[in-house]
Design a binder for this molecule. Structure first.
Ligand SMILES: *[C@@H]1O[C@H](CO)[C@@H](O)[C@H](O)[C@H]1NC(C)=O
Length: 380
């Protein structure tokens, strides 16, 4: 680490295409809002463990990430939103950041195997093996869904832009949140001539993947945006975060989980009974109940992850800063005067309240309850 710092310092800035950088505002300012002409990366994090990455693929920087090399997850990724481009989700290899390991390595993100081939030990970041068989998705911070180009979409598939995310949350609630963000930013910002900047981050929680102590599992996911007019005056802002649902008791893995899967079996039997009745009513309904059975099979597989129930809440940027300051103070930085600031504390002009649909429980759409049939819930 120390050697790396020396190497970086010795590199003249003009030659520094490197994406592990000293200063976001010099190396890739284009990904940060600049209210009143001041480029404003979120503030509050200092120390060697936090590394600034201008995420570069094919010699083009696509977004920026502040990476925590101790927890091996990002603190945040920042990008400009320019509307949906319908980029393809190419689920190939995930990249890693070579320069987190050695400052002499190239400026582009690279696959783990390509880096290992050069005899480099990967210690300062998560690798694919950390996630394998962990039961968690690699959850994007800068989303592929918001990417401005195919190169940008591909560049989001770097482990330095990912944090462990429960599959249900990743594929349902957070995806809906990203969609809702598109609607808000398109309508409230892009369509009225504003430039939209987004920062999305995580708060590290108490657990690590497979209890190996390497990659920390977040307790919160958050997103905040700031929209500026052509004079760089902030016009719109908003935020929301997903946090573990406290109303859901952490389940005792072995005992309660078993009980639940028994119950689920009972339910699927009941569903079968019902489907017999429904057979006489309509063929289409029967097809649906078959699908339902498949889903309840799948749910059984996912039951380990059910303890990670997340709920998404809208916030003003100001409230978001206050809450994140508390959380980061406890979970990351035990500094008394620690203060987390988004957008240099200059973007508090709120949009209309974020759409109500954001406040939807991930769990609600999954299982049938008395007042909510699964096939109805699915439409939520
Ligand atoms: C993105 O938002 C715009 C504006 O609300 C909307 O027209 C468009 O359908 C949205 N795209 C997706 C994929 O949700």
């Amino acid at each position: 680490m120390k050697l790396l710092n020396v190497v970086l310092l010795l590199l003249p800035l003009s030659l520094c295409l490197a994406e592990v950088v000293d200063d976001f505002t010099e190396s890739c300012p284009q990904f940060f809002a600049n209210p009143y002409h001041v480029v404003s990366p979120p503030t509050g994090f200092t120390g060697d463990r936090f590394r600034k990455i201008c995420q570069t693929l094919n010699n083009k920087a696509e977004f920026a990430t502040l990476y925590d090399t101790e927890n091996r997850i990002p603190v945040y990724s920042a990008y400009r939103f320019t509307g949906l481009m319908k980029c393809k989700r190419r689920m190939g290899n995930w990249y890693i950041e070579p320069q987190l390991e050695s400052g002499t390595l190239g400026p582009n993100m690279a696959t783990e195997s390509a880096v290992r081939k050069q005899g480099v030990n990967i210690v300062n970041q998560a690798v694919n093996g950390d996630y394998k068989y962990s039961g968690y998705d690699k959850g994007h911070l800068a989303p592929v869904f918001h990417a401005t180009s195919q190169n940008c979409a591909d560049a989001t598939f770097t482990l330095t832009n990912a944090a462990p995310q429960a599959a249900m949350f990743n594929r349902n609630t957070w995806m809906r949140t990203e969609k809702s963000m598109n609607d808000t930013l398109t309508k409230s910002c892009l369509n009225v001539g504003l430039r939209a900047f987004v920062v999305t981050g995580v708060v590290p929680g108490p657990d690590t993947l497979k209890n190996e102590g390497r990659v920390r599992i977040p307790s919160h996911f958050w997103m905040a945006f700031c929209c500026l007019d052509s004079n760089n005056i902030p016009r719109r802002s908003g935020a929301f975060y997903g946090k573990k649902d406290d109303s859901v008791k952490e389940k005792d893995e072995s005992v309660k989980e078993k009980d639940e899967s028994e119950k689920e079996k009972d339910e699927s039997v009941k569903e079968k009974d019902e489907s017999v009745k429904e057979k006489y009513e309509s063929v289409k309904e029967k097809d649906e109940s078959v699908k339902e059975k498949d889903e309840s099979e799948k749910e059984k597989d996912d039951s380990v992850k059910e303890k990670d129930e997340f709920v998404v809440y809208p916030r003003s940027v100001k409230n978001m800063e206050t809450e994140l300051t508390q959380l980061y103070k406890i979970h990351v930085n035990n500094i008394p005067d620690f203060r987390f600031t988004l957008f240099a504390g200059e973007c508090y002009t709120e949009t209309e309240p974020m759409e109500k649909q954001l406040v939807v429980k991930a769990s609600k759409r999954k299982k049938g309850t008395k007042d909510c049939k699964p096939n109805k819930c699915r439409k939520l």
